[in-house]
Design a protein. Structure first.
Length: 415
């Protein structure tokens, strides 16, 4: 039962288009918030029944220390915020995400079937992605409702981003970019944990389809970084058949263009389409991202107190009203710049440390950490539980050298 509950938690971890309170509460009660205490309790009961004591490794203590210092810097910045209530509320949500994902990672880290549970939970999420994508597409063309009630639960299908005339379908996730990042996490989990080859292939195919309809540049950067790091670590092998298929496709394309030169003009027209512009750095929103990053650096460097304490966590929108008038969610579109501008230089250093340690130490989660680091260059995933969960597990799963190996590597004693 604990495994099924953990798998359900994984499947619903990013489903913030689901409000269990039906829009009648003071906040949106997502499945993640509701299920986390149950998952923790179930895992503690499992440990007790199996006689497995709960212990904290050095890496777990180190992650707790670094993340606590980061949360301390964020909470300190709240007292410098112009909009203190908004800053306090967003900082509280951050604390909840960081602490809850860390506790879940600690209590389930001893599971022998952990990789399989993650894979099956990821696969189960695709049912929701399919249902929500269809409903979102219907709403976008005016053929479906913006929301639907199932008892006290409210499901949202509106507020979609778009790529020109096409909707960016995000499944149960409230944002297309975060949906793409979550799908990268799901695909990696299935690739690593699903033992049945046919089920693994089907899962990866579905993840690819749902990923493509998010039309997210940031998620694409995450996917490329994850695959690249996995390849460098020897975890991904490119089959000769795949290489041959690429060569054949390239050859056929070349011959086709030589036979029918008009294909070149059609391709040029396609590159000017709104969908193709999503992957171009010359597209308007890409240039806007660079302007926002520059604006964030300027904001952080206005004075020494501003560089140390920032403008207050979650208060970037206050200094971006000229760009996002009336929008309470305007931000600098980069985790690193946002941490610097909102919470100060120490918050930025601690954020970089959260990435740098597991990237340098290695481990099975290193590719996903690389993907997360790339994703956050032009996005900020501070409100995404998947982001904090994979960071926590990356620290917990870092390889530990044996005492004998450490002694062999130590320099000889003087004299």
């Amino acid at each position: 039962m604990s495994g099924a509950l953990l798998g359900l938690w994984i499947a619903l971890i990013a489903a913030d288009r689901i409000d269990l309170l039906g829009d009648r509460g003071p906040f949106i009660l997502t499945p993640f918030l509701a299920l986390t205490p149950l998952v923790i309790a179930a895992e503690l009961v499992r440990r007790r029944m199996q006689g497995r004591r709960l212990t904290l490794t050095r890496s777990a203590v180190a992650y707790a220390a670094v993340s606590s210092l980061l949360l301390g810097a964020v909470l300190a910045s709240v007292f410098h915020a112009e909009d203190l209530p908004t800053s306090a509320a967003r900082a509280t949500l951050l604390v909840a995400d960081v602490v809850s994902t860390f506790v879940v990672a600690v209590v389930c880290a001893d599971r022998d079937d952990l990789s399989l549970v993650l894979a099956r939970g990821a696969a189960a999420s695709f049912v929701l992605f399919a249902l929500f994508d269809v409903r979102e597409a219907l709403w976008f063309i005016g053929r479906g409702p913006e929301s639907m009630r199932l008892g006290s639960v409210l499901l949202h299908f509106d507020a979609l981003q778009n790529a020109g005339p096409l909707p960016r379908l995000a499944g149960p996730v409230g944002d297309g970019n975060r949906a793409g990042f979550v799908l990268v996490f799901y695909a990696a989990s299935i690739a690593a944990g699903e033992r049945r080859r046919w089920l693994r292939n089907v899962g990866l195919a579905l993840a690819s389809i749902f990923f493509l309809v998010t039309v997210s540049r940031s998620a694409t950067m995450a996917a490329v970084a994850t695959f690249g790091m996995a390849s460098l670590a020897g975890r991904v092998r490119i089959a000769p058949a795949a290489v041959l298929a690429v060569i054949v496709a390239f050859s056929v394309g070349t011959v086709a263009m030589l036979v029918r030169p008009t294909l070149v003009s059609h391709a040029a027209y396609a590159l000017e389409s709104p969908l193709a512009e999503r992957v171009s750095t010359n597209e308007g929103s890409a240039e806007g991202h660079l302007e926002l990053i520059e604006r964030g650096v300027e904001t952080a460097s206005e004075s020494v107190p501003r560089a140390i304490a920032g403008v207050g966590f979650g208060n970037a929108y206050r200094v971006l009203q000229d760009i996002f008038p009336g929008n309470r969610y305007g931000n600098f579109h980069s985790l690193y710049v946002t941490m610097l501008a909102e919470s100060g230089v120490f918050a930025l250093i601690l954020t970089l440390l959260l990435f740098a340690v597991p990237l340098s130490a290695g481990g099975a989660w290193r590719p996903l950490v690389a993907g997360a680091a790339a994703f956050n260059i032009f996005y900020q995933a501070t409100a995404e539980p998947v982001f904090w969960f994979l960071l926590a597990f990356a620290w917990l799963a870092m390889p530990r050298r044996s005492v004998s190996a450490a002694r062999e590597d130590a320099p000889p004693a003087a004299g």
